[in-house]
Design a protein. Structure first.
Length: 352
């Protein structure tokens, strides 16, 4: 190589804004920077007023045009690029797919043609899971277009920061069971179903049971009211939004992580984070979640909410793995180093 190439990461969603795309952006930026790549990113636009954010986004896109490689991370910047260039000028672009692209770009006549052209002409399209890859391809009806995009798409599962999400000593050694859930608190994440099943679990295990809920969202007050109606207020603790360090600490004080989301999640990063901290993870065996749990190694699957109590009882009564074994397995399989290394190889391929 004659000279080092520059990489510009465009992502409106960035921590502390909630969402998996923001976590991926931070992982990519820190990881590439740590590998010596000349990578830049736009500053977080989330604190700006809406009209100012639009001008900021335009500025960042124009600035990115001077880079050798441009990563379009989230929906915001994909839409902005499509409005500005109609799917052109993207041969230096890496397009990340996180989950909602079929619904908001392919199924929207305003963007469909331009987005498909973008995917065909981009240097590479990266899906964060096998499920996300198949979801995109299944949404394309034009077989010629589908075949071209399939050749240009690869899967890179985003990993977690194992230096943060790692096993720590338990501070609370009470003789009971601590369940934890972490996500944006919206009804579609399955909170009502989990609350119902934990209420039943109290009758199956004659031990103190605590359910810690990390996160915030529009369904919080309704969930608190429902928990109260089940006479579970003394069992459930709302911890609010936590940064990564605080979340890792909370996960380390729990025994089981549960998330029964009814959404078509593209990849369950939070399952990986929980397992890396020694939690046994339980989720549905579908969509991206099934790629974030290693069965009988870092967690187990259920097919319905009604199966949750027995799954927890089985683990509590006869744990298949120790906290240390769960964490060791998760750290080996889910480290962000693996994902960043794959991305770096993709960037090097673009340089050739």
């Amino acid at each position: 190589m004659s000279k080092a190439k520059t990489v510009y990461l465009l992502s409106h969603e960035q921590p502390p804004m909630l969402g998996g795309a923001g976590v991926v952006a931070l992982t990519m930026f820190d990881g590439l920077l740590g590998m010596g790549v000349r990578v830049k990113k736009n500053i977080a636009a989330i604190d700006l007023e809406a009209h100012l954010a639009r001008f900021a986004g335009l500025f960042f896109v124009l600035r990115a045009m001077f880079a050798d490689v441009i990563i379009l991370n989230d929906l915001y910047y994909k839409k902005l690029w499509l409005r500005l260039f109609r799917g052109r000028f993207c041969r230096r672009c890496i397009i990340y797919l996180h989950g909602s692209e079929p619904e908001f770009l392919i199924h929207d006549t305003r963007y469909r043609k331009a987005f498909l052209a973008m995917c065909m002409n981009a240097k590479k399209v990266i899906a964060v899971s096998d499920y996300m890859k198949e979801k995109l391809l299944d949404s394309i009806t034009d077989q010629t277009c589908k075949a071209q995009i399939e050749k240009n798409i690869t899967v890179i599962r985003n990993g977690i920061d194992t230096s943060c999400f790692q096993l720590q000593p338990k501070q609370d050694m009470h003789q009971g069971l601590t369940i934890i859930t972490a996500s944006r608190i919206v009804k579609e994440k399955g909170y009502i179903e989990v609350a119902q099943q934990i209420a039943l679990l109290r009758d199956m295990l004659a031990i103190p049971i605590s359910w810690n809920i990390v996160g915030d969202g529009p369904f919080t007050n309704e969930l608190k009211a429902y928990v109260k109606s089940l006479d579970m207020s003394h069992n459930v603790h709302f911890l609010g939004s936590l940064n990564h360090t605080e979340l890792a600490k909370a996960l380390n004080q729990a025994d089981v992580f549960v998330l029964l989301s009814n959404l078509r999640e593209s990849l369950g990063l939070v399952f990986m984070e929980a397992s890396s901290c020694g939690c046994w993870s339980i989720g549905y065996n579908r969509f991206g979640a099934k790629e974030a749990i290693i069965p009988q190694e870092t967690g187990s699957f259920v097919d319905s909410p009604e199966a949750l109590p027995q799954a927890i009882v089985d683990f509590y009564s006869n744990p298949m793995k120790t906290r240390s074994q769960i964490s060791t397995c998760a750290q080996a399989h889910f480290s962000s180093v693996n994902a960043v290394t794959q991305l770096h190889k993709t960037i090097l391929g673009i340089e050739e």
